[in-house]
Each structure stands twice: as C-alpha cells, then as structure tokens.
Design a protein around this ligand. Sequence first.
Ligand code: PMP
Length: 398
Amino acid sequence: IFASVELAPRDPILGLNEQFKADTRSTKVNLGVGVYYDDAGHIPLLKAVRQAEARLFEQAAPRNYLPIDGIPGYNTGARTLLLGAGSPLIAEHRSLTVQTLGGTGALKIGADFLKRILPQAQVAISNPSWDNHQALFSAAGFPIVHYDYYDAATHGLNFDGMLASLRALPAGTVVVLHACCHNPTGVDPTLDQWQEIARTLQAGQLVPFLDIAYQGFGAGIEEDAAVVRLFADLGMTMFISSSFSKSFSLYGERVGALTLVTGGDEESARVLSQLKRVIRTNYSNPPTHGGAMVSTVLNTPELYAQWSEELAGMRDRIRTMRHQLVEKIQAQGVDQDFSFVKAQRGMFSFSGLTKAQVDRLREEFGIYAVGSGRICVAALNSGNIDYVAQAVAQVIKN
Ligand code: PMP
C-alpha cells in the first residue's frame, strides 16, 4: 500500500534548522526559527510557569480525561484575554472558547467546523502569510485565494491593495487576518486601518477568522487584543484562534484556544455542541498539563502579574534588538535604510534581504534566515548582534 507514496517536500523552515544543526561553525546564528530566545540564547522557562507547575506538582492531581472542550478556567482565561474582562460578549454568552492543541489546533478545529457549515466557501489569506494557513485550510477542503498585504517597495502595508482585494471577495468568503504581529512580515495595519478593514468585511458579508499567535509581543497584552475587540464592537460573528506557545514560552505543551463570537446564548449552545463533535473525531479531548499551567497562571492574580511582567520583558528585549540592529547596520556605513525594522512588530521582520543575500549570509557567515528574507529578531542577542550586523552590511555592500 505504500509503494506509490511520494516523498513530501521538506518543510522549508524545519529543513533550515537541520542544516543549521549540521553547521560546525561556532559563530553560526539561527534567525530562521519562530521561537523567542533570551539574551543568553536560551528558550526561557518563565518564572510564572515554574511556580504554577510547582503548585500543580504539590496538588498531585489524577490525570483523568478533560472535558472535550478543555479546562473551564483555561477557556474563560483565554477568552477574557481576547475580549476584555468587562466584555458583554462574555456576560451575555455571545462567545465560547474551547481549549485546543496550540494555535494550529485552533485553526484546524475552526477550519473543519467551517467546512461543515460553509462547504462552498473559499478562504482568503494574506500575501504573504504563515505557510501553514494555506496548508491547513486547503487540507480542510477549501479553495484558497490571497489578498494583497505587503508592499515590498515601502516595506510596509499595501493598504489600498488590501482593501481592493477584500472588496472583490464574494460574500461568505472566510478571511484569515493576523490580529497582531503579522508573520512573516512584522507589518501590522494601524487601528484606523483596522476599522476600515473590519467595515469592509462587514459590508461584504465576509467571515473574519482572526489568528492571534503573538498577543503581548506587539504593544501589550491588552493593546494587542484591540483588533479582536474592534471587530467584536461592530457586532460581527467571528472565529479567533489564539496561542500561548510564544507568550508563555510553552511551545511543546500545545496550548491554544478557539474562540467564537456568536449571535447569542442559544446560538452559542448549538455551536459548541457541534464544535465538540469536531474535536471528538479529531483527538477526543485536549491534554492536561500545559492547559493546567496556563489556567493556573491566568486565574491566580500574583502569577498573572508575574507572567505579564515576563512577557513585557520579552517584548522589550525584541524592541531593543530591532533598534540595535538598525543602528549597527548603519554604523557599518550602509546607505540602505533599514529603519522600517524598528516599526515592525512581533518576533519577525521582513528584512528586505534578497534570496541571494540570504544565501551568502548562510554560506559565508553561518547566519541562517528564511529565503524570503524573514528573520527572527527574537533570536538576536547581545552576543551575536554585532556579528549579524557586520555580516548583513557586508552582503549588502558587495
Ligand atoms: N498562527 C501564526 C501566525 C503563527 O505564526 C503560529 C506559530 N508559528 C501559529 C498560528 C501556531 O501556533 P502554535 O505553535 O501554537 O500551534
């Protein structure tokens, strides 16, 4: 039965990691990853998480199956982060949340559910986007189209192009939007632009699917939820996939959530019952440990405060790296303007480096970036930033 199975193409980013591992140069730097590293080059284990884990260890609770939709406190915690503590959508049961296996799991459950309720729809994704968006929605059976997003000439948003492509979409199209810290570009619309984007979706009867995998890495936990709340304030029903992988530095625990905003209490009950069927036939119920840790942090005021402070530390460090990178490249006598890197948000930057320059960085300097020029700013640190700035300057100058 396996004789005709073809070898699938290698995942470009995971392939890059393998190449990086095999590189024996001591100066090598991996900017291809999608992971936050601290200034010492380590993936942090947050103090808030450690304390939550210690409490759970003390409790030594049995590991029964969780409910199909996950831990109730986790779900209310995740929903509150998105909609805000005082949101009428929570009080009026016009929203519901299920615990999922990372943000990817939320997208997958959302996509499978959408296929059941809108089987004829197409899905629109930004150009460019996180590669898995296209893969996930097309695996769920949807045709994929792209809307304009990035403007290579300005290293910013092609706002007019974006609106024009959104306006051209047929009613019922599902539109996947990065609610903050766009991956891979680092370019986000302003809040005024988001107002217009939301109104365009509403006028065109398009279905918003907001993906928020980096809440807290832009301007702050509350600030980064502004886009979700803006859509909610317009009374739109929508899908929101969220992830704690980065914000809690819990990549391998698979902690995410799918939140739906519905038309009302009774609709929420019907929708939840169907979502549970989708989950049941995918993996039955989510795992306990990561969810229990996140739930403990979100629902314990002193741990929440600790987490919020640690997340602010990660956000600030990335911002510092952005500023230093721009200044250090400039100090090497490079004419090309890199200041746009400072305005980008989140872990990533579309650096504007060409494929040929990325190749040279890897071959001559052992600096690994994605072929598109995407670099992970969160992998820069005080030990490697001078080396990276010098190398970038060299590949640009000659
Ligand atoms: N959406 C976007 C835009 C992402 O960048 C990522 C992670 N790379 C995810 C979703 C998925 O996150 P998770 O690792 O929690 O599955």
